[in-house]
Structure formats: structure tokens, C-alpha cells
Design a protein around this ligand. Structure first.
Ligand code: ATP
Ligand code: MG
Length: 144
């Protein structure tokens, strides 16, 4: 069991992605499957950047056990006004500056949903919580 917590600072591009980089280092050190690491880290990066550019700041908790990696992103608002709309590919409220930094295609949430085994998203004006679960032992699906 490994547990770590990282602060995510709003609107600070110098630190943006730092938590996800450390998660990657941790998973690599454990010799986890490379494809799984890729899925976890790309989802983590998208979620972390969302907290940086769309919220007033927050933190992420990383939990690892024998079965799964769980990432919990928390921020302190202003929340996602309409989750269903936000989940749509191409929908974005990113600013001009965010676009200049290479963000704002409106693809983050849909990519996260694709990458994670389970994505839970709850939001109110007080904040957003996104819980991402990735199973380490993939089930083997046999095609019929
Ligand atoms: N933590 C958050 N707090 C508030 N709003 C958010 C948060 N995360 C996402 N959103 C809202 O959901 C929209 C869609 O998010 P998504 O990550 O899909 O796209 P994006 O961040 O705008 O662009 P991209 O991720 O492609 O760079 C955002 O534009 C924003 O309005
Ligand atoms: Mg995004």
C-alpha cells in the first residue's frame, strides 16, 4: 500500500503536471506494465491540468494497493456547471491564455473517461471531486 498527496496550485504553469510526473516515477519504480502507466499518467495529467486551469486550486491523493491505483482529485471550486455538457468532446471554457499554453481542446474529460476503468465525477460550486480507478490485474476477455 502506497499513499501520497500532492498540492495542485491554480494557474501556475511552472508546477502544472508535477504531481502526475511523480506518480509516473512511482509507478515506473514498481515496474508496472507500461501501457497501464501510460493510461494512468495521461488521465492524471488531464485531471491535474483541469484543476490548475479551471479551479482555484486543490490536491490529489494517490493510493496504490495490490489490485488498483486510485487517484482522487479535489478542488475548492467554482465547480463544473453542467457535467454532461463538460463531458462532451470539444466543449471548453478555457481562456485565451490556456489555449496559448496548449490546453482547451475540450478533450480532457472524455480522454480521462476512456483511460480509467472507473471515473466518478461530482461537482458543486464548493468544489469538484474526481475519483479515478485503474485495475492492475486486467481481466482477460476472451472473444467469442
Ligand atoms: N476541476 C474543474 N473545475 C471546474 N470546471 C472544470 C474542471 N474540470 C473541467 N471543467 C470544465 O469542463 C470543461 C471540459 O473539460 P476538459 O478537460 O474536457 O476540456 P478543457 O480542459 O477545456 O480542454 P483540454 O482538456 O482538451 O485541454 C472545461 O472547459 C471546464 O469548463
Ligand atoms: Mg482539460
Amino acid at each position: 500500500m502506497v499513499t501520497k498527496e500532492y498540492q495542485i496550485i491554480a494557474h501556475n504553469m511552472d508546477f502544472a503536471g508535477r504531481a502526475s510526473s511523480d506518480v509516473k516515477r512511482t509507478l515506473k519504480a514498481l515496474s508496472m506494465d507500461n501501457y497501464l502507466i501510460k493510461r494512468i499518467c495521461s488521465a492524471s495529467f488531464e485531471a491535474e491540468i483541469n484543476v490548475v486551469i479551471h479551479s482555484v486550486g486543490g490536491y490529489v491523493q494517490f493510493n496504490l494497493d495490490n489490485e488498483k491505483v486510485v487517484l482522487d482529485f479535489y478542488d475548492d471550486g467554482p465547480g463544473i456547471f453542467d457535467i454532461e455538457l463538460a463531458m462532451q468532446e470539444g466543449y471548453s471554457t478555457a481562456s485565451e491564455l490556456d489555449h496559448a499554453n496548449g490546453f482547451g481542446a475540450g478533450m480532457g474529460l472524455s480522454n480521462i473517461k476512456r483511460s480509467a476503468d472507473i471515473m466518478l465525477l461530482e461537482s458543486s460550486p464548493d468544489g469538484t471531486h474526481m475519483k479515478l480507478t485503474f485495475y492492475i490485474k486486467e481481466k482477460h476477455h476472451e472473444s467469442l
